[in-house]
Ligand binder design. Structure first.
Ligand code: PLP
Length: 487
């Protein structure tokens, strides 16, 4: 295929050249009505390129096939049979992907280290989750994706399960053995969905972990805005084989998706694919070398322990994305959250993620010598300043096994059940009716239907005292918890 073509961008350019006068949305009419104070900040071109797909990028019948051509090019670029663009982020694509494989009341194997969008999908879709527990890494206090044997065991226990959803890479860059899990799923003739929100760059360099389509997954969801170059909310479904019907996927996407998809998302997805096909290898090569330099520089600093290839070991991760710079800061006597706050306040460096133990910084094709220098210098300064940072009350990290909560009710039933709010000290033993996800990374510690334990309450309460944010809890201070009412 001709990857120098960019059908969406070309259609947008043509639309702007023609100067169409539009009497439909968006009401700003390609910037004619925009308040100049808004345009001053976000740029007038954002509005000029904000058009509908129908009677905008393409005509009413979509006769030019603008979007379908761009999607075919994407599929070809990454080795998928088909690709579909989605404009509501992987949060929505994950829900659609799950719905395309298992309907209400049907069973789906789910890796429990899931992003909250997966657990939300369980509530919204009414699927029965069969949790596959991740590998808890006690030393790093980190959950790595489950292994093929874990999946096999659960499929043997639940032969009526409709498929499996695996999350890889994790927020911290550790990856699953996708090919191994796909093999197991296919032995049982069920599809493997991969939430590869963090993996949009993987197809474009052999030095990166295996990409879901190459590793024989059936359906892969990516967020191109995370490690790629499209704007926020840009997500792509990639499909191969015949275990997931493209028709079911499209129709179920239509149930959930917007009727006003953003042309900015489509255009930037299209442009990213061209850029990666033409220059991706070289750009990512440079990024990989840069990430290695940053990791080495961090390793030389006292108190910092960057995670590296050693995390790839039996019982831990199957692979590791070297573009994720994950640095354990416990040696400085502070938490990752404190480090992240200090770096933003004092050095204007915003790391992508932080938790009790570590910070993470994503290096992408967009970094350059300047950003590399800024990050390394900021890490030096953090180490120098660490002794002067306030010592906050410690977070009581539970033992890994304490994070595996008993599921007493289906998440959907618990979420929609009559509820009450109980003080934290009386919550142990009660069934949660809400998601409780420290953010970032947004992986729920408690899902609806799970039995709350003292250890988990202690973890959450001490976390909040320390500065962990829990935006999705009804009471973000976790002084009270929303639980299923006793009848
Ligand atoms: C593993 C995983 N899946 C899905 C999502 C949701 O992606 P988005 O932010 O594009 O909606 C995230 C976001 O952080 C994620 O980490």
């Amino acid at each position: 295929m001709d990857h120098s073509r960019v059908p969406v961008l070309e259609a947008l350019q043509e639309f702007r050249r023609r100067g169409d006068v539009v009497f439909g949305p968006p009401g700003h009419k390609q910037g004619r009505g925009v308040d100049p104070r808004v345009a001053d900040v976000v740029g007038i071109d954002v509005f000029r390129s904000d058009v509908l797909s129908l009677n905008g990028l393409d005509d009413r019948r979509q006769s030019q096939g603008v979007l379908s051509q761009a999607q075919d090019l994407m599929a070809d670029a990454v080795g998928a049979d088909q690709a579909f663009f989605s404009t509501c982020g992987s949060s929505l694509s994950v829900k659609t992907a799950m719905l395309a494989v298992a309907g209400p009341g049907e069973k789906l194997l789910l890796s429990r280290n899931a992003h909250k969008s997966v657990i939300s999908a369980v509530v919204v879709n009414g699927v029965e989750p069969i949790w596959v527990h991740p590998k808890f890494d006690a030393e790093r206090h980190l959950a790595h994706p489950p292994e093929p044997d874990d999946v096999r065991r659960r499929l043997q226990e639940h032969p009526d399960a409709k498929g499996m959803l695996l999350i890889t890479p994790t927020d911290w860059g550790t990856c699953a053995d996708i090919a191994g899990v796909a093999r197991v799923c296919h032995e049982f003739d069920v599809p493997l969905i991969v939430d590869e929100a963090w993996g949009a760059h993987l197809p474009f360099h052999p030095g990166l972990p295996a990409w879901g389509m190459d590793a024989e997954a059936d359906l892969v969801v990516t967020s191109v805005h995370k490690m790629g170059g499209a704007i926020e909310q840009s997500s792509v479904f990639h499909l191969q084989y015949d275990r997931v019907s493209p028709e079911a996927l499209k129709q179920r996407e239509d149930l959930l998706g917007t009727t006003s998809a953003s042309s900015l998302v489509y255009a930037t997805l299209d442009g990213w694919r061209r850029q990666m096909v033409e220059q991706g290898h070289d750009l990512l090569d440079t990024a990989l070398r840069r990430a290695e330099r940053i990791r080495r520089a961090a390793a030389d600093l006292p108190g910092l322990a960057p995670m590296g290839q050693e995390v790839v070991d039996a019982g831990l991760a199957a692979a590791f994305d070297p573009l994720k710079i994950v640095i354990d800061v416990r040696g400085l006597g502070i938490s990752g959250m404190q480090a992240a706050e200090w770096l933003r306040a004092e050095r204007h460096v915003d790391v992508g993620g932080s938790d009790t133990c570590r910070i993470s910084a994503s290096v992408t094709h967009a970094d350059d010598d300047e950003t590399e220098k800024v990050l390394v210098e900021a890490l030096h300064a953090l180490v120098d300043a660490a002794d002067s940072l306030e010592r906050r009350p410690p977070v009581h990290l539970p033992a890994p096994s304490d994070l595996e909560l008993e599921q007493a009710m289906l998440p959907r039933e618990a979420f929609f059940a009559p509820v009450e709010h109980v003080p934290a000290e009386r919550a142990a033993g009660r069934i949660a009716a809400e998601l409780i996800s420290p953010y970032p990374p947004g992986v729920p510690v408690v899902a609806p239907g799970e039995v709350i334990t003292e250890e988990v309450v202690d973890y959450l309460r001490s976390g909040v005292e320390h500065g962990v944010l829990i935006p999705d809890a009804a009471d973000p201070s976790v002084r009270t918890l929303r639980v299923v009412a006793r009848t």
